[in-house]
Design a protein. Sequence first.
Length: 436
Amino acid sequence: MAIDTPGRVAYINARLLDPATGLDAGGGLLTEGEHIVHLAPGLFRDGPPVGAQVVDCRGACLAPGLVDMRTQLREPGQEHKESFKSAGRAAAAGGVTSMVGLPNTNPVIDGEAAVEFVARRARLIGLAKVFTYAAATKGLEGRELAEVGLLRQAGALAFTDGVKAVADAQVMRRLLAYAASHDLLVIQHPEEPSLAGSGAMNAGEMATRLGLAGIPREAELIMLERDMRLVAMTGARYHAAHVSTAEGVDILRRAKAQGLRVTADTAPFYFALNELEVGDYRTFAKLSPPLRAEADRQAVIAGLVDGTLDAIASDHCPQDADTKRLPFNLAEFGGIGLETLLPVTLSLVHGGHLSLLDALDRVTRAPADLLGLDAGRLRTGAPADLVVFDPDRPWKVVADTMRSKAKNTPFDGHLVQGRVIRTVVDGRAVFPEGEG
């Protein structure tokens, strides 16, 4: 499929927002081809340049496109749940211009050919940019290290066993030691698997009342505590994914204070929802890690405010109806999140926890910098990956209207604020559809 190269596009009457520089001002931005060529407060006050296509933002926010550092794209192997194309459409509707997939596909992304396949398919689809992590261990089995050096050369951004923890301490030590010698990033799903066992939701009074097996918060804490010791031993770069507990945030806060090379993210589920969402066995709220208690939710917000948690990722995990419309204990874990990443992140602004620039930083500059991507910034010469949005426009999340193939959003029925008006990738409008 040929993708047309865009010409000159002038964005006028915009509220320019760039978390990387602190820019928040009325102005304009000019793109030419795939790049930003000029932006400034007050730009185009005397009119746009002759011959440029004009996009009047009418006072809406113009920011770097979102960088989603944790998604499950299901291709190859489970395209009935999601595909690059359906995920790309959902990403575009959510203002996400770059997304990074986990390696738990079929086949597993643990070889160079699989990494290269992702890059080729993403270019062919031409929607949001797609990058990939590679498996930390062969087959995600947790026993033998993958060829991480070759995988990095092939384009893998970091190394993780996806929704599984690297549970064997000796394997993790070897992985971190190798990663440290090559300055590679290791991403961990911090959950001790034998302790999580067959649990279905957060352990506690509610799980007991519902008669469901619980996953104790200690499953997260034990893995984080162990890994901090291994990071201290090796000096490696380590990233904790979707942190969900108050004590987990505290462990990471202490590790950062000690100077360890540790970063972390959380997902909107864990700062916007708590275990009460499970309600009457609502499987859309069955997530991994599970939704926690209200005190944990508040602590996750505090971790975002003080910078202990560096980034916000959607944790997009599409499941089909056959795996969600089951008794709670049997249903699969996971919720979709590409289209709700921006509005739920903006709830931190509307709730008075973060400024608009700080909230956007967690989904633009911060994840881009963590992964070494040329993204997440408004600057001359940067890729023209942009989102235009109204931060205050209210709407109701309705699962059946989501653009993902899967409809399993735990935010189904929730009212949110913040609506994407336009999404631009390499200078081309990919949302609304048909406006490229």
